[in-house]
Ligand binder design. Structure first.
Ligand code: UDP
Ligand code: MG
Length: 337
């Protein structure tokens, strides 16, 4: 927004110019948050990519916030050097590898822009698309989500895994999650402020942002292959992330015990009723002659069902308490410029 600043040199009204008008164009600040884990070679490329994207955004000032997620390849040195030579480059170094989800959260907590763009350092989120995101934001979207139209560079197992993940997730999750929606996103300041208030520790940033809601728009893109290095998301990490997402966005795993209990209770109660009526009320007309052991087994099954149902119920409360009690810091920053 243009702001007119009026400065008066009131102390010297007779000395030439008595007042100065300064027209300062206050441009909007865009923060680019980039989580990095062992991305030494990619950082200069990502930096140049973002800077050249800003050629198409002449009215915006910028802040590049790199979050070094405990890299051990000298990423921090590269970032320090970059920060020395460029004032718009800021970086946080986490004390160890906390994982991308936490690294992105740390970036969002420290970004100061009117809008924040989150992108990967490996150029799989093409920086030249940033102006498209900003345009959608200018047109009123508060969350602009990058949706990968196709990723030809992923192995079959990863592709299949992602299909299965989204199928299960959308079936059991309380918030729908769009398949192929990436972490390449622009968030309005409003959204970032609310995001910063979220306190859960096990987090899938994407899922949390989806849960927040707000006006959204989409940018479709094709993800190119990674420039340097290897994907840091090993299967173990992906599996953990998928599991954390199931647990944090759905109570289904817990409810399962409860449902199982209810199922067993109902089945054994019905069978028990049938046995009681057949044997004692009707006097065994079909000659089934249920033994005492069979009846005992049914009673035990019935009780097990009840216990399991109660367990499911108690587990729900435990889940709530568990979420409230774990009050560890989300991350520890060891360095900051
Ligand atoms: N990353 C991170 N911490 C990690 C793993 C990855 O900050 O523990 C960063 C990584 O440097 C990159 C982004 O997250 O900028 C995406 O990682 P990657 O390319 O390994 O994942 P994929 O492309 O498979 O989603
Ligand atoms: Mg990648």
């Amino acid at each position: 927004m243009p702001i007119l600043l009026y400065g008066a040199t009131s102390a010297a009204p007779f000395h030439g110019i008595s007042s100065v008008f300064l027209l300062i164009y206050m441009s909007k600040l865009l923060s680019i948050v980039i989580p990095t884990y062992n991305e030494k070679e990619n950082i200069p490329l990502a930096y140049r990519g973002v800077i050249s994207a800003f050629n198409n955004l002449p009215n915006y000032s910028r802040e590049l916030l790199f979050v070094d997620d405990g890299s051990n390849d000298g990423t921090d040195e590269v970032l320090k050097e970059l920060g020395k030579n460029n004032r718009e480059v800021k970086f946080l170094r986490l004390s160890r590898n906390f994982g991308k989800e936490i690294a992105v959260s740390a970036g969002l907590h420290h970004a100061e822009g009117d809008a924040v763009v989150v992108m990967d350092a490996d150029l799989q989120h093409p920086p030249e698309l940033i102006p498209l995101f900003v345009n959608k934001w200018k047109n009123g979207a508060e969350v602009v989500v990058g949706v990968r139209s196709k990723n030809n560079n992923e192995g079959l197992v990863k592709k299949l895994g992602s299909i299965v993940f989204y199928k299960i997730m959308n079936r059991i999750s309380e918030t729908p999650i769009i398949p192929c929606a990436t972490d390449f996103r622009l968030l309005d300041r409003k959204v970032v402020d609310v995001f910063c208030k979220l306190t859960e520790r096990k987090r899938m940033t994407r899922g949390l942002i989806d849960w927040l809601g707000f006006k959204r728009d989409y940018v479709y893109f094709e993800a190119p292959a990674r420039i340097n290095g290897e994907a840091n998301y090993s299967f173990k990490k992906l599996w953990r992330l998928a599991f954390a997402s199931f647990v944090s966005h759905s109570l289904f795993p817990l409810r399962l015990a409860g449902y199982l209990g209810v199922f067993i209770t109902v089945i054994s109660a019905m069978t028990g009723l049938f046995v009681a009526i057949e044997k004692y009320v009707l006097g065994d007309p079909w000659g089934l002659s249920f033994s005492g052991t069979a009846i005992l087994a049914l009673m035990i099954l019935f009780l097990v069902g009840i216990i399991l149902s109660c367990f499911g119920l108690v587990a729900l409360y435990i889940a709530n308490i568990h979420n409230e009690v774990l009050n560890r810091p989300l991350y520890i920053i060891s360095e900051k410029n």
